[in-house]
Design a binder for this molecule. Structure first.
Ligand SMILES: *[C@@H]1O[C@H](CO)[C@@H](O)[C@H](O)[C@H]1NC(C)=O
Ligand SMILES: *[C@@H]1O[C@H](CO)[C@@H](O)[C@H](O)[C@H]1NC(C)=O
Ligand SMILES: *[C@@H]1O[C@H](CO)[C@@H](O)[C@H](O)[C@H]1NC(C)=O
Ligand SMILES: *[C@@H]1O[C@H](CO)[C@@H](O)[C@H](O)[C@H]1NC(C)=O
Length: 298
């Protein structure tokens, strides 16, 4: 029947409930542009992110406190409550605390209250302003801290996104080209994983995704980007990785960045227990889910 044919074209994203957070703050343009792109693609999204820039706060947590000085970019007035929302769009929420506390509040309270008690099915964080490549940044990043909390404690599969362009803009400024390109690339990774079916990721596994710098003359169009499967740290002393691109050692994120071979998206498969790269067995479970978008380094 015609109607059945039509139904098969309903985007897979339609029913997927997403909790979105970051560490740059709820009013940062990158995360708002991603919110809009996800919303247009049919995802049900709730944003729950810090009031201010909380970069580098890793997995810290603290009880939210009243916002005496107002939110970043004057996105809420002085003396606002410890948690709050945009009165014209209650899907947009702030929490005056660390990234982990903000995503935790969104997962346990805010999102279920908006979804008739239902829990998020996927946690997305970022795109972070500035890359999160390598073991040290992975441990320090609040954007990764929030994704790892979702995976390890809340048992919700998570992807942490970060972009090399350090362009900070308010939610109500025109979206910088980098924010738009990063949001579209992040949507592509998200939709590829969602289309691969549930479980989206193995237990205790998350993805760390980094985007190359966007400039006025280079990497300003999503079609120029190649998606590369990577490692977070070198793994020099570790067992082999999954066999891919003719090798059993995946390139590190930094090696891809330093290769300057083009416009790249690095995708590392993370272990929620220590923010390092997962073993080859779990890499092998995730690889088929992403294969359709992956390329090998030249
Ligand atoms: C946030 O704070 C960090 C550390 O203080 C700083 O390096 C970074 O540039 C700030 N980020 C933004 C988006 O303002
Ligand atoms: C709140 O939402 C309205 C409607 O979407 C928007 O115009 C306004 O800029 C938003 N403000 C903040 C701080 O999110
Ligand atoms: C994107 O880069 C191309 C060169 O590759 C340049 O011609 C174009 O003006 C740039 N577009 C934007 C929006 O920066
Ligand atoms: C996602 O990325 C792949 C690989 O570059 C590309 O072929 C595909 O068209 C992209 N899809 C969307 C919806 O952008």
């Amino acid at each position: 029947m015609r109607s059945c044919v039509f139904l098969s074209f309903v985007p897979l994203a339609l029913a997927v409930r997403v909790i979105l957070s970051n560490d740059d703050g709820w009013a940062e343009n990158n995360v708002r542009t991603f919110f809009d792109v996800l919303d247009k693609a049919g995802y049900q999204v709730v944003l729950s992110a810090p009031v201010d820039n909380m970069s580098g706060t890793g997995s810290s947590e603290a009880t939210p406190r009243a916002v005496f000085e107002g939110c970043r970019y004057s996105s809420c007035p002085p003396d606002s409550p410890a948690t709050g929302y945009n009165s014209s769009d209650p899907r947009l929420n702030y929490v005056n605390s660390y990234p982990v506390t903000s995503i935790k509040t969104g997962i346990s309270k805010t999102a279920p209250a908006l979804w008739g008690g239902a829990a998020p099915q996927l946690a997305l964080t970022g795109p972070n302003v500035g890359h999160n490549m390598g073991s040290r940044r992975a441990r320090k990043s609040g954007t990764i801290g929030a994704a790892v909390y979702a995976t390890k404690i809340a048992k919700i599969p998570a992807i942490a996104f970060a972009g090399k362009s350090i362009i900070s803009a308010a939610w109500d400024d025109p979206a910088p080209v980098s924010s738009k390109v990063y949001a579209e690339l992040a949507l592509n990774v998200t939709s590829t994983l969602v289309a691969s079916g549930t479980p989206y990721l193995p237990v205790d596994t998350w993805l760390s995704v980094n985007f190359a710098r966007v400039t006025s003359s280079k990497c300003n169009n999503t079609n120029e980007f190649k998606y590369i499967l990577t490692r977070i740290g070198s793994g020099y002393h570790e067992a082999p990785d999954v066999k891919w691109c003719g090798s059993t050692r995946l390139p590190t994120e930094r090696r891809v960045k330093d290769s300057k071979s083009g416009c790249y998206v690095t995708i590392s498969i993370g272990d929620a227990n220590d923010k390092s790269t997962v073993d080859a067995a779990r890499q092998a479970q995730v690889l088929p889910k992403l294969r359709s978008i992956l390329s090998c380094l030249p």
